[in-house]
Design a protein around this ligand. Structure first.
Ligand code: GDP
Length: 197
């Protein structure tokens, strides 16, 4: 699946502009700077498919990528910028909630958490939102290369415990690094399970 073509085909800035469902979808969510662009690039083997940018709130749209006509990857805007105005946050939540609730072909949301920093209130809010919308989500730890093994293990356990409190969460937490490639094959396999044959 990931060896075939992968093309950006749509950017949606409003919920009314979503493309018609054409294949099963897997969406990626996470705080700004969590390493989402890097991970999508690592998964697809592209250098700049998802524009890596740590610029606050740069990606304000839902970006759709077609994987060989068999699966669609959806890059959701990063959340959690402390400085974002309240209205912006509410906008984000409203649009995401509408997308998540109303997307019949959405199979899973991959929620990224940074292995190097603790889970933030905004991450918990998003997990609560997934529970409320009954959205199947799976947590993936990013940047595992950037933390010492002991601290990484502690962070992993903390996240597994957190995940077990969320009814909509998949119990398997994956540890990844876009730098070293750790966990990338495993995450590809999780995602590929949703693709059309
Ligand atoms: P996004 O805002 O979530 O799309 O995050 P980016 O992919 O732009 O990454 C944010 C920052 O984290 C950049 O400086 C990346 O180089 C860095 N980064 C991303 N993935 C990794 C990783 O696996 N390991 C390390 N050490 N740094 C990473």
């Amino acid at each position: 699946l990931f060896a075939g073509p992968c093309d950006f085909f749509y950017g949606a800035q409003q919920i009314g502009q979503l493309p018609d469902p054409m294949a099963p979808e897997v969406a990626f969510a996470g705080r700004s700077n969590v390493g989402k662009s890097s991970l999508i690039n690592a998964l697809t083997g592209r250098k700049s498919l998802a524009r890596a940018s740590s610029e606050p709130g740069r990606t304000k749209q839902l970006n759709f990528f077609d994987l060989d006509g068999r699966l669609v990857l959806v890059d959701m805007p990063g959340y959690g910028f402390a400085k974002a105005a309240k209205a912006v946050k509410e906008d984000w939540q409203g649009m995401m909630f509408d997308y998540l609730r109303g997307r019949p072909n959405l199979r899973r949301v991959i929620l990224l958490l940074d292995a190097r920093i603790e889970t933030k209130a905004s991450d918990r809010d998003v997990m609560d939102m997934f529970d409320k919308a009954a959205i199947n989500f799976q947590v993936v730890l990013t940047k595992c290369d950037g933390v010492k093994p002991k601290a990484e293990e502690a962070r992993y356990r903390e996240v597994v415990a957190e995940v077990s409190r969320h009814p909509a969460a998949h119990p398997l937490v994956l540890r990844t690094s876009s730098e070293t490639g750790l966990g990338i094959p495993e995450l590809r396999a999780e995602i590929a399970a949703f693709a059309e044959p």
